[in-house]
Write a protein that binds this ligand. Structure first.
Ligand code: ADP
Ligand code: MG
Length: 349
């Protein structure tokens, strides 16, 4: 066997299996560690009435964002909101963040201030305090790493592994737009590279561009669920696409699911752009990612509370594990759900 064959390329495993391997090295020793690796955020015992929820995410220039079309203000905002989304996914409220940055000498003080203006706007909207971080240099490009801390009543916590057969699968907002926004930005970037005098055609795509460039974490969903007195049986945020997140809930809860294509909420403007790009809008919702909506399951008895609710859609139902995860297409055919998702580990050589 040659030397190089002894090592497994990471792309053979993929991001999620790699995390599973890492998890094998983690043995929680403290009784206050309630939830370690494996959910949207870790949970730490605070008091009887309060659990602490912590999540961290890293964004790398060239992998997660392209400064050719991402304004620095939006980058700062999105870095925070994408992180807070994981705290909301635990049905908790974020209160503090720590922001670490690695910068190359290409960046000016003003550029960093602009990013932090975006961070501030997100902190103000979500009523979160920036309480620390780290600043270091990078060889090339910009790296932003954010840790978010939130709190909730232990009884309100929503994990990925607690969905039950018979539960209803729900989602907030609409799906697929962020991916289509990215397609428009990439297309206009390619046109610009060919001909720098061409003006980008962005005006008509405001909704999907905003969904890509300045997504909002669903603070309001956690507040609405509280008002409706609904504690989801499981919850996850949609960062990698509906398919990937549905499978996380199914695998961790040891259940199956039926999702009805006709129920998947997609904004009409996204459907239009998908057709322009010759992509099936359902594929964008299933595999696009970065929508930062909340996907959750509820006990069927709570379903009437969501009737005609403008922010929520029922996608399907949780079934037994043996039935697997399927998408019932509009024509009635059944399709096995597989996760393609965003996978930066697989996308890059
Ligand atoms: P999300 O998409 O919700 O941010 P991830 O897929 O990034 O979730 O992470 C899933 C789980 O794996 C989380 O509990 C996260 O803390 C953990 N995790 C991810 N990467 C690592 C790592 N390098 N070391 C330890 N835990 C990790
Ligand atoms: Mg998440």
């Amino acid at each position: 066997m040659s030397e190089e064959n002894k090592f497994t390329p990471i792309k053979n495993l993929g991001e999620f299996a790699l995390i599973d391997r890492i998890k094998l090295k983690a043995r929680d020793k403290n009784k206050n560690t309630i939830k370690g690796i494996g959910d949207d955020a870790s949970v730490i015992n605070g008091s009887k009435k309060e659990s602490i929820v912590i999540s961290t995410d890293m964004l790398i220039q060239g992998v997660h964002f392209d400064l050719m079309y991402v304004p620095l203000l939006h980058l700062g905002y999105k870095s925070v909101t994408s992180n807070l989304s994981d705290i909301y996914a635990m049905n908790a409220k974020p209160e503090q963040i720590l922001v670490s940055i690695a910068i190359s000498n290409k960046f000016s003080v003003e550029a960093i201030e602009e990013i932090y203006e975006g961070v501030k706007k997100a902190c103000d909207f979500h009523k979160v305090d920036l309480v620390g971080g780290d600043t270091t240099s990078s060889g090339t490009g910009l790296v932003i790493s954010i840790t978010a801390i939130g709190r909730t009543n232990p009884k309100s916590l929503t994990y990925r592994n607690t969905a039950k057969k018979g539960d209803i699968l729900m989602v907030s907002g609409d799906l697929g737009s962020a991916y289509l926004g990215l397609q428009v930005l990439e297309r206009e970037k390619a046109v610009f590279k060919e001909n720098p005098n061409m003006q980008p055609q962005l005006n008509e795509h405001q909704y999907i561009l905003q969904r890509q460039l300045r997504p909002e974490a669903r603070k309001d969903v956690v507040e609405m669920l509280e008002d409706m007195q609904v504690i989801p049986t499981a919850m996850i945020d949609i960062s990698d696409g509906l398919a990937s997140e549905v499978l996380h809930i199914c695998q961790q809860s040891k259940v199956g699911v039926i999702v009805y294509e006709e129920n998947i909420p997609i904004d009409p403007s996204a459907v239009e752009v998908a057709c322009d790009f010759n992509i099936n809008p359902t594929t964008c919702a299933m595999n696009g990612g970065e929508d930062y909506e909340l996907l959750f399951t509820i006990n069927a008895k709570d379903l009437p509370k969501f009737k005609n609710h403008p922010h929520f859609t029922s996608l399907g139902e949780i079934v037994s594990k043996e039935k697997g995860a399927s998408l019932i297409l509009k024509g009635g055919n059944s399709y096995k759900i597989v996760a393609q998702g965003w996978n930066s580990l697989l996308e890059k050589d």
